[in-house]
Ligand binder design. Structure first.
Ligand SMILES: Cc1cc2nc3c(=O)[nH]c(=O)nc-3n(C[C@H](O)[C@H](O)[C@H](O)COP(=O)(O)OP(=O)(O)OC[C@H]3O[C@@H](n4cnc5c(N)ncnc54)[C@H](O)[C@@H]3O)c2cc1C
Length: 612
């Protein structure tokens, strides 16, 4: 199902090299009635069926977890990404993002759901043979069986290809698996497990392993959070796996693992956004009712600052997620075999792997910021179990660790951009050269522009040039050895993440402001001002959120760029580079206090994240 609007099909990372058109970017405001219905279905399911039984899940009632999976399946919440032929509901990636956001209202059940709906269903959909799909997908999507994804081992987490689990090839073509996987979500009760093992000790390969083949679970891990999800080791001792249960090709397990992760990272970013919407609501409601010094704490500037910042950061994450989903959908819609084919999704997520890593890192870090501030706003009540704030905080911490740690994802972001540039897939090198010429030439005059967010849109163009300047210098300085310079790569990743986040926020706010102005004019004719006034106010708040984000991103980008430049150059060269940086990054600070106060007041008045 294509989305209603048709965003331009930019290639992955291409937004770094050219201005983007706000009309071509997908935003939450462009969602359809069908999107809103699936959001409502997922939200009501979690609110009415999962949250009331969370204590039982935290007591490890896995029969209940299985039952909830079945009920989610009945509502179509497991098969959003899969065509109806295999028992799915075949919706677009915007729907997929929406479901992930809503399922995260319970982080524990969200993990249980994600391990089956994302980490088992997706590899089957992308890499399964027709026979494998027909055998397993309908049962998975009906919730009759539950899935798990077993990649990590004690000795190989980030270094996933270093797995020691072995698959010995048998004369009849079948395999015998031996080894142990660690920290597997749904490990205590999953029926079908995607297992990675090395065929004859060398060829990294994915297998579909049914529990009755002989898989044993270790004990439940004592975790910091996600107490309502099962995490165990899985033990494979002479487990016989038929030849037809190889998933993908022998020796090509890395393709399965990495492509599934592209998908999963995007969805994890969505789950983090969902967690942030909920926590902002909790913080706002608490701040409205908790009184100190004779007034609600929401009236204090320090608290308004926190809530305003929580809203602004979440707004940027939400914007980049919907933008990315729009890109993926547009690309899939243009695929030769149509969007229902697994190969279309595979190609699209490969294309937007940089954006998926950004969603994962930015989403998980924004969420941790929001949840930390949520505790702070709750004071002592934030630190005790009577309130959910402490549980959210514990539950969320793992988001920076699994699906590739944030360090690994940060390394991947500039790494993938450079690789594409060297392959000629991304015109980064000519753009960096053009920028060098621009910096030695006379400054160009900026024309006056009084359209909404004009300053911020100029700032985004400057951010992109800073990213290019640092990336170009890093490629020039280190060449092939750039991969060894992790500190510079981390700074580069931070800059690129801020560029994508800030631009996504600005494009969305710009579109909202333009639309509200146009419909505001119409409404005076129609004499239906209430709705329009509200839309105008919300659009104004979106502009506030975007402006706060850009203001602070400029400071972060400046700091990261200075550090990186000082690492790579010194003396006169450094001075020249810093002069170039000053010339590019002329962002005048704005009064973010007033903007954050408005955002906070709206969140408190509504008792919710204002834009969800
Ligand atoms: C609750 C939970 C659920 C999980 N569910 C699953 C699951 O369902 N399936 C599954 O397969 N796995 C699962 N995992 C495992 C998870 O994916 C790994 O923990 C994660 O990939 C990190 O691996 P590690 O723990 O071995 O850390 P390590 O790889 O040892 O990393 C330790 C630190 O070193 C850093 N580091 C590592 N390598 C590098 C490098 N090259 N450069 C710079 N820094 C580096 C890391 O970023 C990290 O900060 C789960 C883990 C948890 C806690």
């Amino acid at each position: 199902m294509p989305t209603t609007s048709a965003p331009a099909i930019l290639r992955g990372g291409e937004w770094l090299l050219q201005p983007s058109d706000a009309d071509a970017v997908f935003t939450p405001e462009r969602t359809t009635e069908e999107h809103r219905l699936i959001a409502q279905t997922a939200q009501q399911f979690v609110d009415n069926e999962v949250l009331p039984v969370l204590d039982r899940l935290e007591q490890k009632d896995w029969a209940l977890a299985r039952d909830l999976i079945k009920r989610a399946a009945g509502l179509g919440l497991l098969g959003v990404d899969v065509p109806e032929t295999y028992g799915g509901v075949g919706l677009d990636k915007v729907s997929s993002l929406i479901v992930s956001e809503r399922m995260a209202r319970s982080a524990s059940f969200g993990a249980t759901w994600g391990a089956t709906a994302n980490l088992t269903v997706i590899p089957l959909h992308l890499f399964g043979t027709e026979a494998q799909k027909r055998k397993y997908l309908p049962r998975l999507l009906a919730g009759e069986i539950v899935g798990a994804y077993a990649l990590s081992e004690t000795g190989s987490g980030s270094d996933a290809l270093g797995a020691r689990t072995r698959a010995a090839r048998q004369p009849d073509g079948s395999f015998v698996l031996n080894g142990e996987k660690m920290w597997i979500t749904n490990g205590g009760f999953a029926d079908l497990i995607v297992v990675f093992a090395k065929v004859d000790g060398e060829q990294f390969t994915a297998f579909l392993v049914e529990r009755p083949f002989g898989v044993k679970s270790g004990k439940e891990e004592h975790k910091m959070g996600l107490h309502g999800s099962s995490t165990t080791a899985l033990i494979f001792q002479d487990v016989h796996v038929p030849a037809e249960n190889v998933l993908g090709e022998i020796g090509k397990g890395h393709k399965v693992a990495f492509n599934v992760l592209n998908f999963a990272r995007f969805k994890l970013g969505a789950a983090c956004a969902g967690g942030a919407y909920g926590a902002i609501g909790e913080a706002a409601k608490y701040a409205a009712t908790r009184r100190q010094f004779g007034q609600p704490i929401a009236s204090f500037g320090a608290i308004k600052h926190k809530i305003g910042e929580m809203v602004s950061r979440t707004y940027a994450i939400e914007s980049l997620l919907y933008r990315t989903a729009g890109l993926v959908d547009a690309r899939m819609a243009g695929a030769p075999h149509g969007s229902g084919d697994g190969s279309a999704a595979l190609a699209a997520f490969e294309e937007y792997a940089v954006e998926a890593s950004i969603a994962k890192v930015a989403g998980s870090e924004a969420l941790d910021f929001v949840l930390d501030e949520n505790i702070q706003i709750h004071g002592g009540n934030g630190y005790v179990r009577d309130y959910p704030a402490e549980r959210h905080f514990r539950d969320a911490r793992v988001n920076r660790i699994f699906e590739g740690t944030n360090e690994i994802n940060r390394l991947l972001i500039p790494g993938m951009l450079v690789r594409r540039a060297l392959k000629g897939e991304l015109a980064l090198i000519p753009a960096a050269k053009a920028l060098q010429d621009e910096l030695v030439g006379p400054p160009s005059l900026t024309s006056s522009d009084d359209s909404p967010l004009a300053e911020e849109r100029r700032a985004i163009e400057a951010f992109k040039k800073v990213a290019l300047m640092v990336l170009g210098l890093a490629m020039q300085t280190y060449g092939e050895k750039l991969t060894d310079e992790q500190e510079v790569l981390m700074q580069l990743a931070d800059i690129v993440i801020d560029v994508y986040s800030a631009e996504s926020a600005v494009l969305r706010a710009f579109a909202a402001k333009n639309k509200s102005q146009v419909s505001g004019l119409k409404s005076q004719v129609a004499d239906d001002l209430n709705l329009e006034t509200r839309a105008l106010r919300l659009a104004g708040l979106q502009v506030d959120a975007a402006r706060v984000f850009v203001n602070d991103a400029a400071l972060r980008i400046d700091a990261a760029a200075r550090q990186a430049l000082a690492t790579m150059t010194e003396g006169d060269t450094l001075r020249t580079m810093l002069a170039g940086l000053r010339r590019l990054l002329k962002v005048t600070p704005i009064n973010t206090v007033a903007l954050r106060r408005r955002l906070a007041d709206e969140a408190v008045a509504r008792g919710a994240y204002p834009f969800a």
